[in-house]
Write a protein that binds this ligand. Structure first.
Ligand SMILES: CC(C)(COP(=O)(O)OP(=O)(O)OC[C@H]1O[C@@H](n2cnc3c(N)ncnc32)[C@H](O)[C@@H]1OP(=O)(O)O)[C@@H](O)C(=O)NCCC(=O)NCCS
Length: 159
């Protein structure tokens, strides 16, 4: 499928092959929040996401990716919006978001959410995202093994 607005040589895939997962693993190593993910974790992340969207060159190379975790009714959380460095600023990021927002399985979902750094807010605002979330606060519980050992010890001393 070649949606309107996509460079004509790229196609959209909704299933990643093992090769794509390996290429995604390489893309992950270039971004601050995904760096260090192992290939096995990358496979599990893809397999555990209900929706994956990839942009692929005719050669089969994955050059754009995003994924969504959702209940298909109330919430859809968009993760890992990444365009390969050589393809940036050509509209592929916009295209990935349009594919998510227009996705037939997500059309009725009441609230679509994502995390981003402040500098990327204008990029997401173009697609209707807003940081106006009322009094809601973002909370996180980090698994103990991901904390430095001295932090774990400190937590155990306090509690
Ligand atoms: C963010 C990203 C997905 C955008 O993809 P893209 O194909 O370059 O996006 P588009 O061409 O549709 O839009 C580009 C516009 O997005 C905005 N933008 C992209 N990256 C930005 C950044 N790091 N800081 C601020 N604005 C940014 C700019 O307005 C940019 O316009 P410009 O090219 O004229 O400067 C891509 O830059 C990327 O993969 N970045 C690294 C991974 C990342 O940070 N992903 C977002 C996680 S929340």
């Amino acid at each position: 499928m070649k949606p309107e607005g996509l460079p004509s040589s790229l196609s959209v895939v909704d299933r990643l092959t093992e090769e794509h997962k390996q290429q995604l693993h390489a893309l992950y190593q270039g971004e601050w929040w995904t760096r260090g993910r192992t290939l096995e974790e990358t496979r599990r992340v893809v397999d555990g996401s209900q929706i994956c969207i990839g942009l692929v060159e005719p050669s089969g190379r994955l050059v754009g990716f995003t994924r969504v975790i959702t209940d298909f009714v109330f919430k859809a959380l968009v993760f890992d919006v990444i365009v390969a460095p050589g393809y940036r600023s050509a509209g592929l990021g916009d295209r990935l978001l349009s594919l998510v927002i227009g996705h037939e399985r997500l059309r009725g979902v009441k609230s679509m959410e994502l995390y981003c750094l402040p500098e990327l807010m204008p990029f997401y605002e173009r697609h209707g995202f807003s940081d106006d979330v009322g009094r809601v606060r973002f909370m996180r519980r980090v698994a103990e093994q991901e904390l430095p050992q001295d932090a774990v010890a400190a937590v155990h001393q306090v509690f």
